[in-house]
Design a protein around this ligand. Structure first.
Ligand SMILES: *Cc1c(COP(=O)(O)O)cnc(C)c1O
Length: 397
């Protein structure tokens, strides 16, 4: 059994804070500050440009990619880090479309994160030639996979409701219809076991600053199935994806395998933080993590529904149909969340009316959930959200 007391001790959380937002920005792993400081002073400071070789900076996107591969059921050697998730979505989509050249439709859902949809729209505009993005309600996607679909592009867990797609079934359905699939694991990687290779997924992308705790601006990752690794042509053909970057050839030749999905200079300080953050997973069994997160979610839902009938559950109750977050709807969701934050219970608001909380057993236990429930119920029963101080919106919500 995973020792969650031990993992909790690996995080530096401020006193008095119940942090239900690790799904948006994971907290600081205790060893990350020292690891980053070492990168700054010993590596950058002392080795200067020699750090690329002597400190192994250039290999980090691949070596840490292998450690992430182990958390998402990917084959070693087929995940690489770099850029932001939006960029990785664009790369995966452009390559997947090129691998299915006779079709023009990208199928996605209205619960996908807007940036993924925006990137797809932008790519369609650039490609012209009849390419288009089609979005349906999440529950209608399965019925719309037909022989017009080039690529099925979905985020496994809906960022707003927490609803989870059936990766295995949808991947199979897409393949049977001759489509390729891209899964966005933004709310999956580090939240529960994922089986990319077992499901036969073509491409996957995800970020590291949510459940993987790499810190604000931590790099994204991309997975390309070994089936496509040498065939997928990179749309963003940067020099570090070249077969021989330091030959400085005038012509681009993609490197073999996943390295071709690299674009430019890797963010070494962020990768140093990620390296420390990944140590937390060493003795974690993802199945234990999953059952612990389900128990925390059940406890939270039962507690809130019991005492706050005005809050409407937006997340499926079925364990198999949800990620690791729970959302409740209320017209005053923004003010309610501000009142919660003022009392030290940090989750987030998602427009227009969602109070979203993430449950990450690495650092949360039943006591934290009980405290959160008590605070929310006090706010609802005593209408504390009516305080005008909670109505003004900040830039980042
Ligand atoms: C968090 C998230 C993003 C954020 O993309 P960035 O480019 O890293 O800012 C994109 N897509 C999904 C599905 C997300 O959950």
């Amino acid at each position: 059994m995973t020792d969650f007391t031990a993992t909790k001790a690996m995080f530096d959380l401020p006193q008095g804070i119940t942090y239900l937002d690790g799904n948006s920005l994971g907290p600081l792993p205790r060893t990350a500050a020292a690891r980053v400081a070492r990168s700054v002073t010993d590596e950058w400071g002392q080795m200067l440009i020699g750090g690329w070789n002597r400190a192994g900076w250039m290999d980090l996107p691949r070596s840490l990619g292998d450690r992430i591969a182990a958390l998402i059921g990917a084959e070693a050697g087929h995940v690489v880090l770099g850029d932001t998730l939006s960029i990785k979505v664009y790369q995966a989509l452009a390559s997947a479309l090129e691998l299915n050249p006779d079709r023009r439709v990208i199928l996605s859902d209205t619960g996908n994160f807007p940036s993924d949809l925006y990137m797809a729209e932008g790519l369609c505009r650039t490609l012209g030639d009849g390419y288009r993005l089609k979005t349906l309600a999440p529950e209608d996607v399965a019925g719309a996979i037909d022989d017009s679909v080039a690529v099925l592009m979905l985020t496994e867990v809906d960022y707003r409701t927490g609803r989870r797609h059936d990766m295995r079934a949808l991947t199979r359905a897409a393949h049977e219809a001759g489509a390729l699939v891209i899964w966005d694991l933004a709310h999956s990687a580090g939240a529960f076991p994922v089986d990319l290779a077992g499901c036969g997924v073509d491409f996957a992308v995800g970020c590291t600053y949510k459940y993987l705790n790499s810190g604000p601006g931590g790099p994204a990752f991309i997975y390309v199935s070994p089936r496509h690794a040498d065939a997928a042509r990179p749309a963003l053909s940067g020099w570090l994806g070249h077969e021989a970057p330091f030959a400085f050839d005038l012509e681009y030749r993609p490197s073999a395998g996943i390295d071709r999905m690299r674009v430019g200079t890797p963010p070494i300080l962020q990768l140093a933080a990620l390296e420390a953050a990944l140590d937390v997973w060493r003795d974690v069994d993802l199945n234990d993590l999953r059952s612990a997160s389900q128990a925390l979610m059940d406890q939270y839902i039962a507690g809130v529904e019991d005492a706050c009938p005005d809050l409407i559950l937006a997340t499926p109750r079925d364990h198999g149909m949800r990620g690791s977050q729970v959302s409740f709807r209320h017209p005053q969701a923004y003010a309610i969340m501000q009142a919660m934050i003022a009392r030290g219970v940090v989750g987030d608001f998602r427009a227009p009316d969602v109070i979203r909380c993430g449950f990450t057993p690495l650092f949360l236990g039943a006591g934290d959930v009980a405290r959160a429930v008590a605070v929310i119920c006090d706010i609802m029963q005593n209408r504390l959200w009516e305080n005008p101080a909670y109505q003004t919106r900040a830039k980042v919500t």
